[in-house]
Design a protein around this ligand. Structure first.
Ligand code: SAM
Length: 241
């Protein structure tokens, strides 16, 4: 970063601004200084689960008014919050962990603000996707993030078939309930030699990385704990580690 680069140095929330604030994906020390300042001073914090975010704020020694904004009320609450912002309130949007709107609620509120030309300010920080892609050793010149695949086996196989010869890395989130089956599906559909990465519990105590041939990654994964959170990357077919 150049010494002369002008930055938005203000740590004080501005009236009528929506702040999209990333929170840690496991390690509390990953909360940024700016996130802490904004969370400690906005009029309202919109969060997925008031108990989770309430707990985070308590650990940070902060107290704020919270409003629940989740998959089941997103549409109504987005309109309500946009009206509050238009009336001059400052609002921070957070999810349970990581960056809002990345496989988490947020998109509808951000769109509602864009439609009204309300100012939106990202306060970047932890994101499981960026953490895993950046430290995987798989190609990063381009990647397709597909979030969570739907649970149906035929749809998952169809996805893998569709992107078999894709020129960039594929990135997916996967639940602990399906990670073993998904590793099997990758081996069965793309073959044992495809290079993949499965990262577990990143930034947490039991952080574990499995990187290499799909068949070897599957075998090592099945020998370890399948609890926790997982990101899966699949390299292009011609990639050699
Ligand atoms: N918005 C979040 C982000 O920025 O990463 C993602 C939320 S999504 C509901 C949760 C999924 O993200 C998990 O099922 C897992 O696939 C991935 N994830 C979140 N935290 C993780 C971690 N510490 N290690 C590995 N994967 C993680």
């Amino acid at each position: 970063m150049s010494d002369a680069a002008p930055v938005n140095a203000s740590l004080t929330p501005q009236p009528g601004h929506l702040y999209v604030v990333a929170t840690p994906i496991g390690n509390l020390a990953d909360l940024t200084e700016r996130a802490r300042a904004i969370l400690g001073a906005v009029d309202l914090v919109a969060c997925e689960d008031t108990r989770t975010t309430g707990g985070l704020l308590t650990r940070l020694g902060l107290r704020r008014d919270l409003i629940a904004y989740h998959d089941h009320n997103e549409t109504e609450v987005a309109e309500h919050l946009a009206a509050q912002l238009a009336a001059g309130k400052s609002v921070a949007l957070v999810s349970d962990a990581g960056t809002p709107a990345i496989s988490d609620p947020g998109f509808r509120l951000v769109r509602a603000c864009r439609r009204r030309n309300l100012p939106i300010v990202p306060v970047p920080g932890a994101c499981a996707l960026a953490a895993v892609v950046s430290a995987s050793g798989l190609p990063t010149n381009g990647f397709l993030f597909a979030g969570f695949l739907i649970a149906k086996t035929s749809a998952r196989t169809a996805f893998l078939e569709k992107y078999r010869d894709f020129e960039y890395t594929l990135a997916l989130y996967e639940s602990c309930h399906r990670i073993d089956k998904f590793a099997e599906e990758i081996v069965a559909t793309l073959g044992p030699d495809r290079i993949i990465c499965i990262a577990r519990e990143v930034t947490k105590l039991h952080e574990t990385w499995y990187v290499g041939r799909a068949a070897d990654v599957r075998d090592r994964l099945l020998k370890g704990s399948l609890k926790g959170e997982f990101v899966v990357l699949i390299a292009p077919a011609d990639f050699v580690l």
